[in-house]
Write a protein that binds this ligand. Structure first.
Ligand SMILES: N[C@@H](CCC(=O)N[C@@H](CS)C(=O)NCC(=O)O)C(=O)O
Length: 231
């Protein structure tokens, strides 16, 4: 059976949505990254990047949420756009835009705003600018189409939804009035039965909530260099 290694962050949640939508049986395995479980040797053997999510399926081992979405879509044939160069080209482009732009800029913006030590004004300004720029591109696409690739709900929508469902944490609460098409899109996907089942998955395991010294050591190892420790 598929094993899905997850925490409640945006990248695992994209994959959770795909798994819930496609109906494949899977076993969820929590990875408590605030306790440092991503650095355990057994987990690193699955995910050398020491992040969640990962997935194993027989002798296939996958890490990176976007790779996992593509794998599951190829395996099931579900939530793919038409098999034409135009549709598949758009799919790859938007998926990589989420993987290389939306995810990293949103994640780093949250990091610099909420967790980085001072001085951080330059970084916050850059990531604020780039995060909004990326999300405005999504907004423009959703102003033209119901879903990211047109009229059909696909894996790209799931990739966007992973981050979009918490975009107010990234960009602030006025995002819902500033990006109305994104709000319409998130509301529609949140109402799907698969998304509602994910709420149950999110509360099934009591992940550590505190961002204390143990969590900072596990998630922000670069800080040890600032403190004069080994990098
Ligand atoms: N590119 C990776 C990024 C994964 C990632 O950053 N995961 C976060 C949760 S959204 C995580 O596990 N963070 C723990 C850590 O940074 O130690 C993907 O899309 O899977």
């Amino acid at each position: 059976m598929i094993k899905f290694y997850y925490n409640t962050g945006p990248n695992p949640m994209k994959v959770a949505l795909y798994l819930e939508e496609c109906g494949l049986p899977y076993e969820p395995v929590p990875v408590d990254t605030r306790k440092g479980e991503q650095h355990l040797p057994a987990y690193l053997a699955i995910n050398p990047n020491a992040k969640a999510p990962s997935l194993t399926d027989g002798d296939a081992t996958l890490f990176d949420s976007n790779a996992i979405l593509l794998y599951l879509a190829e395996k099931t044939g579900q939530f793919l756009p038409a098999n034409t160069p135009a549709a598949r080209g758009a799919m790859h482009s938007w998926l990589m835009f989420v993987a290389t732009g939306i995810g990293p800029y949103s994640g780093q913006y949250v990091h610099f705003k909420l967790f980085a030590p001072e001085p951080k004004e330059y970084a916050v300004n850059r990531y604020d600018f780039e995060a909004w720029r990326h999300w405005n591109i999504i907004e423009q696409q959703l102003a033209k189409h119901r879903y990211m690739l047109g009229d059909t709900y696909t894996l790209v929508d799931m990739a966007v939804w992973g981050w979009a469902r918490i975009v107010n944490v990234v960009l602030g609460n006025d995002v819902w009035t500033r990006l109305p098409n994104l709000k319409r899109f998130v509301d529609e996907i949140n109402a799907r039965p698969a998304a509602q089942r994910i709420e149950a998955l999110r509360t099934r395991h009591a992940f550590k909530a505190e961002m204390d010294d143990e969590a900072r050591r596990a998630m922000f190892p670069q800080n040890q260099r600032l403190a004069g420790g080994k990098s």
